[in-house]
Ligand binder design. Structure first.
Ligand code: HGY
Ligand code: MN
Ligand code: MN
Ligand code: MN
Length: 394
């Protein structure tokens, strides 16, 4: 099953994956999802927000146990981040069926749209819409780098963008959501634990940073006569790293745009995005505040104009304690981990009891073509997920 996904959206130059929401590779992954579901006789539907669902049993019976993850990727992502959770959900159902299990609750498999925010900029867009954490208007207006809106991309894919929004009906059918995901870090290596349970997700957010300067000739403009936004931007990147280290947080600027982007032209405008996260929300707020202060001070010096706008924010998530403890017990005592990675399970924890299972990542590397997982650990994850589904739904 897993091998079907391997070639989809793989970018040969780097071996990474580019599966952005509603682009051809992601639509191919959606077709794979429907095939896997159909092959198991599971009813498949796309909800009003573009999330995919496959059902063992009738969701209208209510109190469904749902598992899954996402199919989209970051630019040049790895093969496991997201798809491992979806593929493991189908495989866990196979295990339960092989042992003759007859669930007393509906079991659902979910694949949430735009979890990475790789195309439209807001992570977990599908689960945010479903849980009412973002308004339909705000979501429809989100646009990719080519100016294509989420509204247009949904419509082109055949889902009515005017029906998106808080899906109370769908949520009322779900009793709990358990997401399996490759670990994005090294804790399980050090703990020698193939499988772990999620404890918490750090507060984290994304801030768009705009630096406005004055375009001019690279060769004839004296240094003192420049208002170079690249200078202010570069200083902000260094300040982010410095302030994060001092506050015990992490900060990343991994995406930047420059206009007019000419080798021999001083830029008129630079736009970058700050991704900042910290275990402690005060530390996170301190980093953002200090980066803002440093940026504005530097902009004054450079004669440029800088603005920092929060684009998305995820508060700290502590997963449902009874559900978390029930998973730990079902699995015979596995480590409980907090993570700096955001997940749909984190967003949905505002409206549902949610939990996470993590599968060991032998290098800890993720959001990179180098992301890997040992098949023996993936199988341990499927077995663990099947045990959890058996306990919760059968
Ligand atoms: O960015 C994240 O933490 C997640 O991979 N979407
Ligand atoms: Mn990811
Ligand atoms: Mn993920
Ligand atoms: Mn996730």
């Amino acid at each position: 099953m897993w091998r079907d996904l391997t070639p989809i959206g793989r970018y040969d130059a780097t071996g990474g994956y580019r599966r952005f929401a509603y682009t051809a590779p992601e639509l191919e992954c959606r077709a794979w999802f429907a095939e896997q579901a159909a092959a198991r006789g599971l009813a498949v539907n796309t909800d009003r927000n573009g999330n995919l669902w496959a059902w063992w049993g009738d969701p209208t019976d209510g109190d469904a146990v749902v598992t899954g993850s996402h199919l989209d990727s970051v630019p040049d992502g790895g093969p496991f981040d997201g798809p491992l959770g979806v593929a493991s959900a189908f495989a866990a159902i196979d295990l339960l069926r092989a042992e003759g299990a007859t669930p007393r609750r509906p079991i659902g498999v979910a694949a949430f749209v735009e979890e990475e925010g790789g195309r439209f900029g807001v992570a977990c867009l599908g689960s945010r819409l479903m849980s009412g954490a973002i308004t339909p208007d705000a979501a429809r207006a989100l646009a990719d780098e080519n100016g294509v809106t989420f509204e247009q991309a949904m419509a082109d894919a055949g889902t009515d963008p005017m029906s998106i929004g808080h899906d109370v009906a769908m949520l009322s059918q779900i009793g709990s959501y358990v997401e399996l995901h490759i670990e994005q870090g090294r804790a399980q290596i050090d703990l020698d634990a193939p499988v772990a349970v999620g404890g918490a997700i750090w507060p984290h957010g994304r801030w768009r940073m705009d630096f406005q300067g004055r375009a001019d000739h690279a060769g004839t403009t004296r240094l003192d006569d420049r208002a170079d936004p690249m200078l202010t931007y570069a200083n902000t990147v260094l300040a982010a790293r410095k302030k994060a280290r001092l506050a015990g947080a992490v900060a990343t600027v991994g995406r930047v745009m420059c206009e007019p982007n000419g080798t021999n032209a001083i830029p008129s405008r630079v736009r970058g995005w700050l991704d900042a996260r910290a275990e402690d929300v005060d530390a996170l707020e301190q980093v953002v505040r200090e980066v803002e202060e440093a940026t504005l001070a530097r902009a004054d010096r450079d004669g440029t104009n800088a603005t920092i706008t929060r684009e998305s924010y995820s508060p700290r998530v502590d997963f449902d304690v009874p559900l978390r403890d029930r998973l730990v017990e079902t699995l015979g005592g596995v480590p409980v981990l907090s993570t700096g990675a955001g997940h749909d399970a984190g967003v949905l924890s505002a409206v549902l009891p949610t939990a996470m299972l993590f599968v060991r990542n032998p290098t800890g590397v993720s959001h990179s073509p180098a992301e890997s997982a040992e098949m023996v650990d993936c199988l341990a994850g499927v077995t663990a997920l099947a045990s959890v589904l058996r306990d919760l739904a059968c």
